[in-house]
Design a protein around this ligand. Structure first.
Ligand SMILES: [Zn+2]
Length: 163
């Protein structure tokens, strides 16, 4: 369309509205197309990653719990170290499950080599990587030292769980 036409023949409100609407529609559909193609691109498809599926599942589960239930759940974890270590943070248990399959539980603590009840510990500052070398099977004592080197174990466990 030649430029001049708009100067000689001003657009009516109706025409302006139509143009504006059709442009809005174009922007929206372009955005949607880009979003869809990005979300479905190979590894970027969130549902291809097990941790994303686990996260989505946890989110769904979370919806079921009322604030009261959450409080009860938190309190039931208090003073139970095993449950504290297992944690209820999204993704953590999925990682542990995965690590367990490639790093089988030994009979002895990997740090003090004593035969005790063992926890799977992340030794890289709780960054749940996919490298099995970032994990160690530790007894509660060595795991505590790893997570709370300052020794304020009880206080920090409460802090960690938001109590
Ligand atoms: Zn140990």
């Amino acid at each position: 369309m030649p430029k001049g036409i708009y100067i000689r023949k001003p657009l009516t409100e109706e025409t302006k509205r139509k143009i504006s609407e059709s442009n809005k529609g174009k922007i929206r559909s372009e955005e949607t197309k880009v979003r869809l193609s990005l979300s479905k691109l190979g590894e970027k498809n969130p549902m291809k990653r097990p941790e994303a599926r686990e996260k989505a599942r946890k989110r769904q589960l979370g919806k079921v719990h009322t604030e009261g239930t959450r409080k009860k759940m938190r309190l039931s974890h208090l003073g139970n170290k095993t449950k504290v270590w297992k944690g209820d943070k999204a993704g953590k248990s999925a990682f542990h499950k995965w690590i367990r399959t490639i790093k089988p539980k030994p009979n002895f603590c990997e740090k003090c080599h004593k035969k005790k009840k063992l926890d799977l510990a992340n030794i890289k500052n709780h960054k749940y990587t996919r490298n099995p070398d970032d994990y160690q099977w530790l007894c509660h004592k060595c795991h505590s030292k790893l997570d709370f080197p300052d020794g304020l174990i009880g206080k920090n466990i409460k802090k960690k769980n938001g109590i």
